[in-house]
Write a protein that binds this ligand. Structure first.
Ligand SMILES: [Zn+2]
Length: 105
């Protein structure tokens, strides 16, 4: 189960901890999630005793609240990317075909 990150966990310490779980490759501007990869393709961030989707956690930590009925997807189409400036809010019903032409790492 993946939960929405509560606001009381969006501290500077948690932001630093989140960034420590990312890595840059080959000069790519993306922040690639590195915590579980390559063991798992799920991007999960453990914080405050719970698992959160790393993309949703990134958005909550660095941007703000995620509107209901939406998903957080990387505009750069890099499946590992959790960089806040690359993340966009997409209504659930408009996600079809999102990963077409994705960037493989
Ligand atoms: Zn990216």
């Amino acid at each position: 189960m993946l939960y929405e990150l509560p606001e009381h966990l969006t501290t500077p310490e948690q932001k630093e901890r989140f960034i420590a779980n990312t890595v840059r490759y080959n000069g790519l501007p993306c922040w690639c999630w590195n915590r579980e990869w390559p063991h798992s393709t799920r991007l999960v961030h453990y914080i405050g005793g719970r698992n959160y989707s790393a993309r949703r956690a990134s958005y909550c930590l660095f941007v703000g609240r995620i509107p209901d009925g939406t998903v957080i997807l990387p505009a750069c189409k890099n499946p590992l990317c959790v960089r806040p400036s690359h993340l966009v809010v997409v209504p659930k019903r408009e996600t079809k075909g999102w990963w077409t032409g994705y960037v493989s790492m």
